[in-house]
Design a binder for this molecule. Sequence first.
Ligand code: LMR
Length: 428
Amino acid sequence: MKASVAKLLVFAFAAALLFAGGKSALADPIIVKFSHVVSPDAPKGKAALLFKQLAEKYTNGKVTVEFALRKDQENGNKGGPRGRIGRSFMKASVAKLLVFAFAAALLFAGGKSAVADPIIVKFSHVVSPDAPKGKAALLFKQLAEKYTNGKVTVEVYPNSSLYKDKEELEALQLGSVQLLAPSISKFGPLGVKEFDVFDLPFLMTDDSHARQMMASPMIGELNKKLEDKGVEPLAYWDNGAHVYTANVPLIVPDDFRGLKMRIQGSKVLDAVARQLGAIPQIIAFGELYQSLQTGVVDGEDNVPSNIWTQKFYDVQKYLTVSYHGRLTYSLITNKKFWDGLPADVRPGLDRAVKESTQFFNETAAKDNADALVQIKATGRVQMHVLTETEKQAWVTKLMAVHKEMQGRFGKDFIERVYKESGFVPPQS
Ligand code: LMR
């Protein structure tokens, strides 16, 4: 015991010397700020991301690679990571390190380590920071760090900058990322196909139906299935109803005939596109703008706030306010990670989840209404709100999908969804 205390003091002293010489011995990760001016999807962007993953993997976390968000600031910084971070840090840390080493030695003698590194929570998502989910993720960060007194640090990665749609679910199950808020239409790869049922056309176009459904006992049962896959659903975030965009007017169902339409991964959305005579194509959200711009697809459906913040109105000429489907997110974490959190950290995180969920549901409703006005004001798209008669033609056309899905989910299951959501199928 005595020997190891002495060893530790020597080590600390050596580390301080090393640090004074510009290197750090004790294991705060070396922050490597990687700045570039291209989009994450460009070759350099992708290579930079790969570099990040490999560097963090091959240095066993001793290095953290961060991407600069704003082009102007970082490039002007001649000092690089050491320039801006290292300089102010250097002096203060030498003294801190000695005190730390001494305290650690004492505690080591007592068999415990004193200064716990914060728990890092990586929150990855695919939308922009100013979309409702982007804002709620940043609020969650603030609240989580505040309510845990800094015992948790949340790193938010927007715009698919860390993982794209499909990758993020795999990364969560592997524990490489701790928080996501994907659309439940993308849960198919998790092996819980029942979540696709919420894409049945016109099932939850009414806000109260949607909230009723997402608070129902049925969701509790589906949550259990997610937990069995190692995924813990913490909350549901309602991002409102979908509208369609394309480069041709979409007024009657036949207007979709032959169009290549982008869909999220759900089998029900696939059936909806086929029922309209369109060709469904699954494309990651992060690649959608480019796919619309280059004509890989002719159109897509989304909530107005995504169309606004991703500037899809720049590459689409028409928008139909159809409210035919809904975008519901599930705030999910890795079950093992969450269950393993220290008891003094969990209440703060639970509170942050609750408050950012409330914030999200309020913000999304307002942002989606504002976005329709903002998109219209650009004069870039022709907007059409379906009349009641036009909507009935869509409902009639798309009820066939409800029928078709009885084969996939079972008639009883679908009738239960109707009951719990309050949806009344039109009399045929
Ligand atoms: C989409 O893929 O269209 C959306 O789910 C993206 C998002 O997360 O809002």
